[in-house]
Design a protein around this ligand. Structure first.
Ligand SMILES: [Zn+2]
Length: 117
């Protein structure tokens, strides 16, 4: 249950930032390399939020495509999946520059909106 652990982490962060207020929506960015199943994360989020300030909040998941910088040809390209290969030359010697994110981007609280980096 990879997604349940992630959901609990997201709820922990959101609850801490909410400062006792009720959270109505949580916006998260999830890099594609995290291999998170959005429906599983939503389900886990609903379950784990019960009894917390996040109970009943919407979970908005932004999917962040993976990108890499090739060490062989120095081009940057989107990475479609595993194995991670350069789209330009096919080299596997690629440094991941995007797609490993997992962060709470912002929260919506009852009566006000707070953006927390
Ligand atoms: Zn390349």
């Amino acid at each position: 249950m990879h997604e349940l652990a992630l959901a609990e982490a997201v709820i922990g962060i959101a609850s801490a930032h909410a400062g006792g207020r009720k959270v109505t929506a949580v916006y998260v960015k999830v890099g594609r390399l995290r291999q998170v199943v959005p429906s599983a994360l939503e389900f886990s989020f609903e379950l784990a939020a019960a009894g917390t300030p996040v109970d009943g909040a919407r979970l908005e998941i932004e999917d962040v495509p993976a990108a890499g910088a090739c060490r062989a040809c120095e081009r940057r390209s989107e990475l479609d999946g595993f194995p991670l290969a350069c789209a330009a030359c096919g080299s596997l010697d690629v440094e991941v520059i995007r797609g490993e994110e997992l962060l709470v981007d912002s929260l919506e609280l009852e009566d006000e909106v707070v953006v927390s980096g």
